[in-house]
Design a protein. Structure first.
Length: 497
């Protein structure tokens, strides 16, 4: 989507659709709706719709007006943003997405979004651009009667009191972030026959070439040479070759330390292996590479936004298949770190590939680690679809990440990593086992990973419930969400400043 910044009066916008936010400034049950913009002409055009109660400011409520008096726009779209007191940049991001998604089926191709006065202009520009680009994405690639309904151009309408340079920078950055998030979504959306580990690696290489990252891709030989017994244990059962993808961002002038390691689970299809999953919903396991795709999207944005910090992205890509060569329950694998793992359930494969990914990141010199993975069904039981699970061995690092989440408008809820849980993954025959029983499954999975992050400050994101939207929302299509990309990039930028 082409994005343009304009500081001209909203009334002068020649556009198919001018969008303005309506808020409600009354307390509790009362309503007192108004257009959230200082622009008198927009206020005037909207006055009748508001006084008639056609729009009251309720969140995502919409009202359309054709040939609005006093405006050059062909239409005015008013969209409700809720109570003024509660209105945040995160709400605005969703409204921009909802506006774009309202335009798409109407075959409208351009809009101009009037920034609401309630949010500081830079933040508002960022929210509108991110929301609009994320909202523009639809996952219906393989429908042969697919109509391209994408909105082609967005004008962000600020006021002439605003600082053009700062707003243009905010717009450019938001564009990079949102397009990177959409890259992640595009990769996650592909089915496993069109997104094998090899293809995922090619996509990472292509992205790296485009943005100037170093990218190396290793196959089975290197995985075995590195003694990644846990990763290989999963990969050995598949005819599709695995890929160990390493993307390096090493900007000139960055300090030697810290080095941030971003490690993603790239299981391009998870059948469960010999501990095979039931047929119901198994098709969804094509999104089990979402953690890996998240890191590819994040590395793209980091490479383009250029924070002064070294970042290494690692994706452990493989299928998890049953076969005559597949690992079996009871098998013991020796991980790269030397720890031995008793495989209780071959469906707990994500922690195995990440164990070696984390160890490798440490070997490459990472001083701080973040992994992202669709790791457990248990995190969905615990937190549902609204929050991802976040775990950390380091409070200071967690605090920094929590601040990044807030800025990015993403939601994650911290779960514990107390030593008491360690007993659940003790094995009688090896150092550790790969499942921890029925209770606290998201936590015992994280405890397993902690054994491989060792004393390196580390954050684990379990995105099993959040990487895939189960339903269409007003602001985002059903399907891959691209969760965590924006927060990871925000974290890296703050960490490097
Ligand atoms: N990829 C799954 C987790 C998952 C579940 C992702 C639902 C997305 C939606 C993971 O590899 C898995 O199978 N986990 C098992 C672990 C169990 C065997 C200990 C699970 O959660 O059931
Ligand atoms: Mn599994
Ligand atoms: Zn899995």
């Amino acid at each position: 989507m082409k994005t343009i910044l304009s500081l001209s009066p909203a009334a002068q916008m020649e556009t198919e659709c001018l969008v303005a936010v309506v808020l409600d400034k009354a307390e509790k049950d009362k309503t007192e709706a108004y257009v959230s913009s200082g622009d008198k002409s927009v206020q005037k055009s909207a006055a009748d719709l508001i006084s008639a109660g056609d729009i009251t400011g309720k969140t995502f409520e919409v009202a359309w007006l054709h040939k609005p008096d006093g405006l050059k726009a062909k239409r005015l779209l008013l969209i409700g943003g809720g109570k003024t007191k509660k209105f945040s940049a995160s709400d605005l991001r969703k409204l921009a997405g909802a506006a774009v998604r309202a335009l798409k089926p109407r075959t409208l191709r351009s809009l101009a979004f009037v920034l609401p006065g309630e949010i500081p202009a830079e933040e508002a520009v960022k929210a509108v651009v991110e929301g609009a680009i994320v909202g523009n994405f639809d996952p219906d690639t393989y429908k042969s009667d697919r109509k391209d309904q994408n909105v082609e151009s967005l004008t962000v309408v600020a006021t002439n009191n605003d600082d053009r340079t700062k707003l243009q920078r905010a717009l450019d950055e938001a564009l990079i972030l949102a397009e990177s998030q959409n890259l992640t979504r595009e990769l996650v959306n592909e089915p496993s026959n069109r997104m094998t580990p090899t293809i995922l690696a090619e996509r990472a290489e292509q992205m790296s070439k485009e943005t100037g990252l170093k990218c190396e891709v290793y196959g089975a030989d290197k995985i075995k040479e590195l003694k990644m017994g846990a990763f290989w244990g999963v990969a050995q059962g598949s005819d599709e070759p695995p890929a160990l993808i390493v993307m390096r961002y090493e900007p000139a002038g960055a300090p030697e330390k810290p080095v941030l390691g971003l490690v993603g689970k790239g299981v391009t299809f998870d059948t469960g292996g010999i501990s095979i999953k039931p047929a119901d919903n198994m098709e969804k396991m094509k999104y089990d590479m979402a953690g890996g795709a998240t890191m590819i999207g994040a590395m793209r944005a980091i490479s383009l936004l250029k924070p002064k910090i070294k970042v290494i992205g690692i994706v452990c890509a493989t299928e998890n298949m049953p076969s005559g060569k597949a690992q079996k329950p009871g098998d013991i694998q020796t991980a790269m770190s030397g720890k031995t793992i008793e495989i209780i359930n071959t469906d707990a494969e994500g922690r195995l590939v990440l164990a070696d990914g984390l160890c490798y990141a440490r070997q490459l010199g990472c001083t701080h680690l973040i992994d992202a993975a669709t790791l457990t069904g248990a995190v969905v039981v615990a937190l549902g679809y609204a929050n991802a699970g976040i775990f950390s061995s380091d409070d200071a690092m967690y605090q920094r990440f929590a601040a990044a989440l807030d800025k990015a408008g993403e939601k994650m809820w911290r779960l514990p990593l107390d030593d008491e849980y360690k007993d659940q993954i003790k094995s009688s025959i090896a150092d550790i086992m790969n499942t921890g029983g029925r209770w606290g499954g998201a936590i015992t999975a994280a405890m397993f990973l902690k054994e491989f992050a060792e004393d390196t400050p580390w954050i684990h994101l379990d995105i099993a419930g959040t990487a895939w939207m189960e339903d269409n929302k007003p602001w985002i299509a059903k399907g891959p969400s691209g969760i965590a990309v924006r927060s990871l990039v925000q974290f890296a930028r703050e960490f490097g400043s």
